[in-house]
Design a binder for this molecule. Structure first.
Ligand code: ADP
Ligand code: ZN
Length: 303
């Protein structure tokens, strides 16, 4: 019998909670609106307690959270959401209530690190040990697995906030990041598209000039990630990437920006399988949380 795991994709809009063993075996799933920490965490906890009554203790729980989050296990704030502008959630203890109530191993990481791990376990990164998962949605964030390990370091990567050059003549929009204005997220997130063009990203037609500019910013980011981390694959998810026509534009622009310098067959001959959508589709987030649970439950890991 396979080990039953719990996962929480903790997002700014909703918490998706699931119990199962993997993509083909989700036994229960609920969506809980993100209101206050007390209410939302309380409802999520009640779900896992009910699941525990039905199935017995879960082997582990994974929490893949919006951020920024504290990931250092020896910090008093480990498992907390830290400097988020989201009302009520600044310095909220997210992992603690689950750790205290469930007494099982808990895996805690960023939403995108979780999604990266899920893609390695079951999706588009199987067999790879160095790759990036990037989401382009309400925000932009990247998770990285490098030499088989999720990158934590100082805090955790904030790939959405790198500073691309902006040609103010071609793109006078000053960006909408509250911290940086025209960082990558400030220029290319879903809300940035909406503010620049005055309509929701979903409603911009494929031939709209918005998309060539969007592909350019995404490609700038990817070209820089390629130079810095040498990923074996780049997986692009999130609501904005539902515009499938972006993929060929991004691929072409990455090649143009790198200009033949990086001589790798994956880039030069197999670009379609180098820059790809998530293998787990729109379930990358919640399955990423299950992958964090699987990792936490591994013998010798402890909670
Ligand atoms: P979140 O980032 O909140 O988890 P999403 O990844 O769905 O959620 O991102 C939501 C953002 O993506 C919104 O700004 C929305 O306008 C944009 N978006 C959602 N679907 C599409 C689509 N089909 N085409 C373009 N933009 C989209
Ligand atoms: Zn920023």
């Amino acid at each position: 019998m396979k080990t039953l795991l719990g996962g929480i994709e903790a997002g700014g809009t909703k918490f998706v909670c699931a119990v199962g063993t993997g993509p083909d075996d989700i036994r229960a799933l609920v969506r809980i609106p993100t209101t206050t920490p007390e209410v939302t965490i309380g409802q999520a906890l009640a779900f896992f307690q009910e699941q525990t009554r039905q199935h017995g203790p879960l082997a582990g729980l994974g929490i893949a959270s919006f951020g920024p989050v504290e990931l250092h296990p020896d910090s008093p704030a480990y498992g907390f959401i830290t400097s988020t502008p989201k009302p009520g959630w600044r310095n909220a203890d997210l992992a603690g209530p689950f750790r205290r109530a469930l007494d099982i191993p808990i895996g805690f990481d960023t939403d995108v690190n979780g999604a990266a791990l899920g893609e390695k376990q079951w999706g588009a990164a199987q067999g790879l040990d160095t790759f990036i998962y990037l989401t382009v949605g309400t925000g932009i964030g990247g998770g990285a697995l490098i030499n088989g390990r999720l990158v934590h370091g100082l805090l955790h990567p904030e790939m959405g906030h790198f500073r691309p050059p902006r040609d103010a003549k071609a793109d006078p929009f000053p960006g909408c990041c509250p911290f940086h204005g025209d960082c990558f997220e400030g220029l290319a997130s879903g809300p940035a598209l909406e503010k620049r063009w005055g309509q929701r990203a979903e409603s911009l037609p494929p031939e709209h000039p918005a998309w060539a500019l969007e592909a350019h910013y995404i490609a700038q980011a990817l070209a820089n990630y390629i130079c810095i981390l040498s990923p074996q694959r780049l997986i692009l998810g999130g609501g904005v990437m539902a515009q499938g026509h972006l993929f060929p534009q991004v691929r072409a622009e990455v090649l143009r920006l790198l200009n033949g310098y990086i001589q790798a067959p994956a880039l030069l001959e197999h670009l379609d399988s180098y820059i790809v959508p998530p293998g787990l589709g729109d379930r990358a987030g919640v399955l990423g949380a299950l992958a964090l649970a699987l990792d936490a439950a591994r013998p010798g890991r402890g909670g």
